[in-house]
Design a protein around this ligand. Structure first.
Ligand code: NAG
Ligand code: NAG
Ligand code: NAG
Ligand code: NAG
Length: 461
């Protein structure tokens, strides 16, 4: 598909960038940032990217000034390739969640007896504006997430993400077929075109669900985890835990409603309302009054438990379902490594857009954010300091950046999560030699066969 940018949309981007800068400035000047819910750090996969990199709140186009990026501890470093695997931007809730939010809203209208100001606001001013047809689509804020990210990445890697490379087709764009992902990659391209003031060429993208939605195509994952109620047993148990009961009870108290009317699903619906009003509309909505810090930690843990068992370390097939994406990534590094010997890398940049469900299995396959003990329904307290925290790892527009450098002493590979350098597991160096990384992942590089891992055992064979 080829898209040429119209003048109108360019104008629009310029306008929205200007507007964003303006509103962030005024926020920064206020002494108390009441536009941001106090619990905004706990929204998990429904969290805003700016909560992970707080410097963006003041200037959405500023980049991480940490010297270790682009100076990865080697002499004469030149970045020769970058692959970015990016989650789609901020989106509407799914139809399922919208229905639950509607149920909660109706219940509050009809049965909540509390007469506090914030609840009056929900009852008289707030309107249920989410409709079923919004089903997971990208919102305008989500387009901005990608436009802005594109500009920041071009600032971080100017020799790679450049107008010249774009025009020479050395930047490749690959996306999942889901509308929110396609819309995200188009917005990313808009960000670049606008930055370079390019109007005549429109970059294209390729849809590749085998790479970006591998989880749908891995039969063993679908059967053993996705369609298997017991695979998420820990999540069900936690929903019935004492921690969750306490949150339900506090919420019933806040609303002045009978305790038995508030189910765990309705608690979650209120938490979603708070998070979506913030992510989509930048509002600190009255719904957020229903939760304190402790409640938010409990609900964050519930979300993390689900991701852990469905996409992370909980079941081995979750990780293994990303084998093809893993091999594709290293094939690309290998190709760049071969080509640089002749002084020219044909694919300088690869931009891949997918889902939290794409990023988490790959991170787990590569051993990132692994806690010593598993996340379970009964170790909420123990896991207070866990590294597997989706609020930090996969907010909207989360991104994995793999940067290959040509240094005097050899090729080096740096990994950045959400624009922040991150060591590879068990390798102390910021940007280890590429050969060292290959050695670390030797077993996966020689195995991790998608067809084999995802095959279901056939009866009678
Ligand atoms: C962008 O390009 C247009 C048309 O080529 C030109 O009129 C305009 O001045 C350029 N703007 C900037 C900021 O370079
Ligand atoms: C479902 O998940 C449980 C727990 O992981 C596992 O023991 C069981 O084998 C799975 N069932 C199927 C049909 O895959
Ligand atoms: C680094 O690059 C400079 C200029 O190209 C060159 O003079 C120098 O020898 C290089 N250093 C090493 C260690 O290769
Ligand atoms: C820069 O990044 C490195 C690696 O992540 C970290 O150890 C260091 O503290 C950072 N420096 C600053 C000033 O943030």
């Amino acid at each position: 598909m080829t898209t040429a940018l119209s003048k109108q949309s360019l104008l629009f981007i310029t306008f929205s960038l200007a507007l964003t800068r303006f509103s962030y400035c005024s926020v920064a000047n206020a002494s108390v940032n009441s536009n941001i819910p106090a619990i905004a750090n706990h929204f998990g996969t429904k969290g805003r990217y700016e909560e992970v990199n707080r410097y963006l709140i003041n200037d959405i186009l500023s980049v991480n000034k940490n010297k270790s990026i682009l100076k990865p501890g080697c002499t004469n470093s030149t970045a020769i390739h970058v692959t970015a695997i990016i989650r789609h931007g901020t989106r509407y809730p799914s139809t399922k969640n919208i229905k639950m939010m509607q149920r909660l809203y109706d219940l509050v209208l009809n049965e909540a007896m509390n007469t506090d100001k914030w609840l009056k606001e929900i009852k008289t001013k707030w309107e249920m504006w989410y409709t079923d047809d919004m089903d997971g689509k990208l919102v305008e804020k989500g387009r901005d997430d990608h436009r802005h990210l594109a500009v920041r990445l071009a600032t971080l890697f100017p020799s790679l993400i450049s107008e010249e490379n774009l025009r020479a087709h050395r930047i490749r764009f690959i996306t999942s077929s889901k509308h929110r992902c396609v819309d995200s990659i188009v917005a990313f391209q808009e960000g670049l075109l606008n930055l370079w003031n390019v109007t005549e060429v429109g970059p294209s993208h390729k849809i590749n669900d085998g790479l970006m939605r591998f989880f749908d195509q891995c039969q063993k994952f679908v059967e053993d985890v996705e369609n298997n109620q017991t695979a998420l047993e820990e999540v069900h148990l936690f929903k019935a835990s004492a921690e969750m009961k306490r949150v339900q009870m506090k919420m019933a108290d806040q609303l002045q409603m009978p305790y038995n009317r508030i189910t765990p699903d309705l608690v979650e619906a209120a938490f979603f309302l708070c998070s979506y009003e913030f992510a989509i509309k930048s509002l600190n909505s009255a719904w957020c009054n229903l939760f304190d810090e402790t409640d938010a930690q409990v609900l964050e843990y519930k979300n993390d438990l689900k991701q852990y068992w469905k996409r992370g370390y909980g079941h081995d097939i979750n990780r293994k379902s990303s084998c093809n994406l893993f091999h594709d990534l290293f094939n690309r590094f290998d190709q760049a490594a071969r080509e640089i010997r002749f002084g020219h890398v044909s694919e300088a940049v690869t931009i891949q857009v997918g889902h939290a469900e794409t990023l988490l299995p790959l991170l787990a396959l590569m051993g990132f954010f692994r806690d010593e003990t598993a996340l379970t329904a009964d170790n909420f307290d123990v896991q207070n300091g866990r590294t597997f925290r989706t609020s930090r790892i996969v907010p909207y527009a989360a991104n994995l950046l793999f940067v290959l450098y040509d240094c005097s002493e050899g090729l080096r590979l740096q990994f950045l999560l959400n624009e922040t350098p991150q060591n590879f597991p068990d390798i102390m160096h910021q940007a280890p030699l590429y050969d060292t990384v290959r050695e670390t992942y030797r077993e996966l590089l020689h195995g991790c066969n998608f067809e084999k891992e995802c095959e279901l055992p056939r009866p009678n064979s």
